[in-house]
Design a protein around this ligand. Structure first.
Ligand code: SF4
Length: 520
């Protein structure tokens, strides 16, 4: 999937990187808000692209003298999984210190800030909000001090029963500092009467349902917990004598760590001075790895669920070419995420691959639109067509998904305006018809073009000659022998984790589904 085309920051900049970071880190919001308001006044615009939003990334390390620096680098490699906020908590075995702020990893930390996070243990988080608003109080890690001592937590995923647990806890007197679902786990942990940190972790995590890859940091140990369905990836690696746990292996590559294995679904992994200790305290459940990690979210240079993302993604393109062939002159990917599938499509079809769309990599999340009269400006900021490749050609445009269809239409029209004779859109996953409740931010069902339109209607809307999708069977065959181990709810509307139907959280979900019943 091509990244969100989010525009260009033109002219107006924050009041200086360091100062802005300090203001934000202090939690003193008014200056930031004033800046944001000023930026809006100057005509800030944000292009909402036709894509699912990324989720979160976690990174943890135990036993490295520069744990915070390593975590910073790990988060840097995981930046694609969340750009709203970044944070690191580190322990020197006596005290856990934390730093977090809104913004990109590189904006959030500098060497001075990292030097204030001493110790050999650290966890870090990059966030895109799937539950809770985008604000500093929801940034992670979240650090508390309770009867069990200090503990910090960060989370990739989404807890489907967080709403009802929160209501119960509030009723019993708990005071929440954020609207994040993750904080529920800390309240449950703090209330636990268990005799050890591990037992308190198990007791608290046993009460939550949904998707979670948690990293927790006490003063002297790192604890990784993955939900029994294994929705979100979590990998274990080694860097000399240190252990690393992170969302994707690309973070290990950057720091020179070696992948050992995945943290298994339902596994609690404790890393301490005594080494690794693993146990599986939760009832087992059918596996439900998010197949969309392979379609779009994960970096192609990562291994997730033990498989090369590049290999799976290229395979999607090969199968798509077999299932949905079309006579044409050139295969053109929508960069960057359409590239692997387009390569597979070109290889299988024998039609040459050409980079007919060039991506501007230096685009921020927002931009100031200079003239409303410039048509499709937001897309043009990010992508530019190569006329010499497209002019007079029959083009197969390969992308990984269509959500609303609005951006795809702009891209198709851009390709036509560059002289393409025909435009055939090929999508390397099935039609997206249902929202996700397991850690991916998706629009409501009524906004999903494939939930409300036929393929011919979609082609008409996009202004394409033809549109065709990969079949569900094709998608699952690309991930190999373990197809039954994957979640594909956004393509089927069948959800592996039952929602608490009589609770507020379910009602919220139902509203998101425009009051249509959820099929569990
Ligand atoms: S619903 Fe889709 S995006 Fe969500 S976990 Fe399942 S496959 Fe992934």
């Amino acid at each position: 999937m091509s990244d969100e085309v989010t525009g260009l920051r033109l002219g107006l900049r924050p009041p200086s990187g360091r100062l802005e970071t300090k203001i934000r880190r202090s939690g003193f919001a008014p200056v930031t808000r004033r800046f944001e308001a000023k930026r809006r006044d100057r005509g800030r615009d944000e292009v909402t692209m036709d894509k699912f939003k990324d989720e979160c990334g976690v990174f943890g390390i135990f036993g490295h003298p520069e744990a915070a620096n390593m975590t910073y680098l790990g988060l840097y490699a995981l930046q694609h999984r969340g750009q709203e906020s970044a944070g690191i908590a580190a322990s020197d075995s006596r005290q856990i210190r934390i730093s977090k702020a809104m913004g990109y990893v590189a904006e959030t930390f500098d060497s001075d800030e990292l030097s204030r996070l001493p110790g050999a243990l650290a966890i870090g988080h990059v966030r895109y909000s799937t539950a809770g608003e985008s604000k500093l109080s929801n940034a992670q890690p979240i650090l508390i001090d309770c009867a069990h001592g200090q503990i910090a937590i960060c989370h990739n995923g989404n807890l489907v029963n967080a709403g009802e647990l929160r209501d119960e806890l509030v009723h019993q007197g708990s005071i929440f500092q954020s609207s994040s679902d993750t904080e529920v786990v800390l309240h449950l942990y703090a209330r636990s009467k268990a005799g050890s940190i591990e037992d308190a972790v198990v007791e608290s995590v046993s009460q939550v349902q949904g998707a979670f890859s948690f990293l927790m940091l006490s003063k002297d140990r790192l604890i990784a917990v993955r939900d029994p369905h294994g929705f979100r990836p979590l990998a274990l690696g080694r860097l000399d004598s240190a252990y690393v746990v992170c969302s994707e292996t690309c973070a290990m590559d950057l720091i020179g760590a070696t992948y050992i294995r995945d943290v298994e679904p339902g596994e609690v992994l404790v890393v301490s001075a005594d080494g690794l200790r693993s146990f599986k305290p939760f009832p087992s459940a059918p596996l439900a790895h998010c197949v969309f990690e392979h379609v779009y979210f994960a970096r192609p240079d990562s291994y997730v669920y033990g498989k090369s993302v590049n290999e799976v993604r290229t395979n999607l393109g090969r199968i798509l070419a077999r299932e949905q062939p079309v006579d044409a002159d050139v295969v053109v990917p929508v960069p960057d995420s359409g590239v692997c599938a387009a390569m597979g499509f070109a290889e299988e079809s024998g039609i040459p691959l050409r980079m007919g769309l060039i991506r501007n990599h230096y685009v921020g999340r927002t931009f100031i639109q200079p003239q409303s009269s410039i048509r499709h400006f937001g897309v043009k900021v990010k992508l530019n067509p190569v006329r010499s490749i497209l002019d007079g050609r029959r083009v197969i445009l390969v992308d990984d998904s269509i959500v609303r269809g609005t951006t795809s239409r702009k891209i198709v029209r851009m390709v036509r305006a560059a002289g393409a004779k025909e435009v055939h859109v090929r999508i390397s996953c099935p039609p997206t018809i249902s929202p996700c409740f397991y850690g991916i931010d998706t629009p409501s069902r009524s906004e999903l073009i494939a939930a409300t339109h036929t393929i011919d209607e979609i082609a008409g809307f996009l202004d394409a000659d033809t549109v065709a999708y990969l079949s569900l069977d094709g998608l699952l065959s690309a991930v190999g022998d373990e197809r039954q181990n994957y979640c594909s709810s956004c393509y089927t509307g069948q959800y592996p984790v039952e929602f608490p139907r009589d609770q507020k959280s379910y009602l919220q979900l139902a509203l998101k589904l425009d009051k249509e019943p959820v099929t569990n």
